[in-house]
Each structure stands twice: as structure tokens, then as C-alpha cells.
Write a protein that binds this ligand. Structure first.
Ligand code: ACO
Length: 362
């Protein structure tokens, strides 16, 4: 076998009932539901249960309460957040604390793993900014408690609803890099914690879930709508990629971008602070799409999920250094579903490479 596809583009590496990404039509289907059918209509906990149905036994009737108890359970690991760990970026501290959880393949492990990014990232961000971790409140929903643990105060209903919509929007997305990484590890039967750690690690990079922080740097760098074209042209001339644009599968606009833009706009209607930011992002988006079309006419590069993720998470007052942690809080439910699906029906994932090094000297 000698065929090789750079970046595995177009290679089918799994069969899944979990989600379908239609890159030509710009549609995302999650277990038979379109994104629009789920965002604002089902909670993060409900969509988690939808993804896990058939892959984990004894799903609790009250998954909100079960996840609340799991948050309280994993909070004990926060004691390990010493000064040296807290000196790291919140993402790295979160990853280290997740690694302290034992491996397993059952529902209890899965719930702890969904609780973990929320509890650990909030604690790490607070300690890093000189505060103290805040214990979870198991009696409230996941989105409400995430905002509470970050801020130390209850968030408004509009903010909770916006965060819940975000977590649902990013919960699963076909065989993206982090989900693939999670499935590879799951295929060795290593256990859910190991699979989730693989997903977390793959998510970190700016070509995947690490893009929203740099999006904020881009918006800050541009500064004003009329400066967008000049700034973006200079970035491309330096060889930089424009964060929040382009996708391996979508050839049209990522449907999650519209969903998150609508959520951000609603939030702006209630608390007008992000309105100016929204106008700036729209100007940057228009300029970026025009420039990318001029410079890469052969490849349709459109807006991806990360541009409006950055805006929404900024409007919700998350620190930019924790944006990718918040992405992990949603996507972790999808990684777990994929890991279980891989174990249930898949073989060990073990592709081949083409050797292009020196041959044995005669
Ligand atoms: N800015 C500038 N140029 C780009 C961008 C971009 N955002 N995206 C792609 N290109 C260029 C590539 O450099 C390539 O140019 P070349 O042919 O001269 O080498 C060409 O367009 C084609 O690129 P693709 O093959 O479409 O890119 P690929 O599928 O390998 O990468 C990716 C997809 C990583 C998302 C890329 O578009 C990118 O780097 N975007 C910026 C980072 C980003 O927004 N990441 C978040 C992605 S969404 C998510 O993972 C949740």
C-alpha cells in the first residue's frame, strides 16, 4: 500500500451515528436533529443524554442533578492546584487536573469527565488571577454553575441561556481532529479519561480549538472597522493565517457561526457593551472573506465557528486565556460518545505510513 493523503483529507476513518457535517450545504446534523432544532430548544445536559443514548448504561433520569453531583465530586481534585500548576495557562492546569481522574468506561467516569473541564478551568482561572476556587453548586444547571464558578456570583438568565446555547453548538462535529484523537485512544481500550485527554490535547492548537484567543488579538490589533483591510493584508503578507476563517470540510459558511452570531446579538440587545465589538467583527469578517477570495480563489474559505465563539465568550466575560477550556466543556460530551461508539463497534485504529527515508546501504 503506498497511497498517502496529506492531512487525511477526504479519508473516511469511522462510521458514526452521532453527527454529520455536510460541508457543501453547510449543515450539521446531531443524531437526526439539525443544529437549529437543538440550540435554545434543548439544554446541554439533554443533548449530552441524546449523544450518550445506547453508548452508556443506566443514563440518569435527572442528568442535570447527576452532573451537578459529579461537579461536586471532582472539586476535591482542585486541592492539587498548587502554585506551580496555577502558574500555567488555565488550559494546561485544567488538562493536568483531568489527568488525575482514574480511567474507566462507565457512566460515573463519563459524568466526572464532563464535570471536570468546567470545575478545573474555573478554579485555575480564578487562582491565576489571585482569587480562590469556588465550589460547585450541584443544585443548578451546568451552564449556570460554570458562570458562577468563574465569577463568584450568579449570572443572569440571558447569560446562562447564551452559554448553554454555545455548549450545545459545539458539542459534536463529526471526525474533527480532537474527536479523531479521542477515538484513536479509545480504540486501544485505554479508557475514557485517556480518550478525553487525547481530545483535550488535540483541541488546544490554534488550527483547531485554540483559535478564539487569537481572534481577540486580531480584533484588538485591527482596532477600528476602517482599518480591517490594511491589518488583514499585512497579516497575510507575514504568512499568518486569519483566525476564525477556513475549514477542512466546510466549503460554505460554518452553520455554527450563524448560530453563535445570533446568540451574541441577543446578548448585546440586553447588555449593549458587546455591540461595538460585534460591528468590528462584522467589518473584519467582510474584509477577510473578500481578501481570502482574492488570494485563494481555488479554495472557498469561509467563516468558521471560532470568530463568533470569541465574541460570545468575551461578552460572557470569560478571560481569553480560558476560551479553549470553555470549548472543551462542550465538546467533552461528544468525545465520550465517540469513544464509546469506537469501543462498541470499531477495531484498533492503526493506519500505515509510507517510508520515504534512506534504503539500506548495499
Ligand atoms: N487564513 C489564511 N490562509 C488560509 C486560511 C486562513 N484562515 N485557511 C486556509 N488558508 C490557506 C492555506 O494556507 C492554504 O494555502 P496554500 O494552498 O497556499 O498552502 C489554502 O488556504 C487551503 O487551505 P486548506 O487546505 O483549506 O486548509 P486546511 O484544511 O489544511 O486547514 C484550517 C483548515 C486549519 C481550519 C485552516 O483554514 C486554518 O488554519 N484556519 C485558521 C485557524 C482557525 O480558524 N482554526 C479554527 C478551525 S474551526 C475548529 O477547529 C473548531
Amino acid at each position: 500500500m503506498s497511497e498517502w493523503t496529506d492531512g487525511l483529507e477526504g479519508v473516511v476513518a469511522a462510521r458514526t451515528v452521532l453527527s454529520e457535517v455536510d460541508g457543501e450545504a453547510g449543515r450539521l446534523l446531531i443524531r437526526g436533529y439539525s443544529l437549529d432544532d437543538l440550540v435554545r430548544r434543548r439544554s446541554f445536559e439533554q443533548v449530552t443524554a441524546l449523544l450518550w443514548e445506547g453508548f452508556l448504561d443506566n443514563l440518569p433520569r435527572d442528568i442535570i442533578a447527576a452532573l451537578g453531583l459529579a461537579r461536586r465530586e471532582v472539586f476535591s481534585e482542585v486541592m492539587a492546584l498548587d502554585a506551580s500548576l496555577a502558574a500555567h495557562e488555565p488550559f494546561e492546569a485544567m488538562r493536568a487536573l483531568i489527568a488525575r481522574l482514574g480511567d474507566g468506561d462507565d457512566l460515573a467516569t463519563a459524568l466526572r469527565l464532563v464535570a471536570a473541564p468546567a470545575v478545573f478551568a474555573a478554579a485555575a482561572a480564578r487562582v491565576r488571577s489571585g482569587g480562590a476556587p469556588i465550589a460547585p453548586d450541584p443544585a443548578i444547571g451546568h451552564a449556570a454553575d460554570i458562570l458562577r464558578m468563574f465569577r463568584g456570583a450568579r449570572a443572569s438568565e440571558a447569560e446562562v441561556s447564551a452559554l448553554d446555547a454555545y455548549l450545545v453548538t459545539v458539542i459534536d462535529h463529526g471526525l474533527n481532529a480532537s474527536t479523531f484523537a479521542a477515538r484513536v485512544v479509545a480504540s486501544t481500550r485505554a479508557g475514557l479519561t485517556s480518550a478525553v485527554l487525547a481530545g483535550v490535547s488535540a483541541l488546544k492548537g490554534p488550527l483547531h480549538g485554540g483559535a478564539p484567543g487569537p481572534v481577540i488579538e486580531m480584533l484588538d490589533g485591527v482596532g477600528a472597522p476602517e482599518k480591517a483591510r490594511l491589518w488583514l493584508e499585512a497579516a497575510l503578507d507575514r504568512g499568518d493565517r486569519l483566525m476564525g476563517f477556513g475549514h477542512r470540510v466546510y466549503r460554505v459558511r460554518d452553520p455554527r457561526a450563524d448560530a453563535l452570531k445570533a446568540v451574541t446579538r441577543e446578548l448585546a440587545d440586553i447588555a449593549p457593551a458587546p455591540l461595538g465589538r460585534l460591528a468590528l467583527a462584522e467589518a473584519v469578517e467582510a474584509a477577510a472573506l473578500a481578501i481570502l477570495a482574492e488570494r485563494k480563489p481555488g479554495r472557498s474559505l469561509a467563516t468558521n465557528v471560532e470568530l463568533y465563539t470569541a465574541l460570545l465568550l468575551e461578552a460572557l466575560a470569560f478571560p481569553a486565556a480560558a476560551f479553549t477550556c470553555v470549548f472543551a466543556m462542550g465538546r467533552v460530551a461528544g468525545w465520550i460518545a465517540h469513544a464509546r461508539e469506537q469501543v462498541a463497534g470499531g477495531r484498533l485504529i492503526r493506519p500505515q505510513s509510507v517510508y520515504v527515508g534512506p534504503r539500506l546501504a548495499a
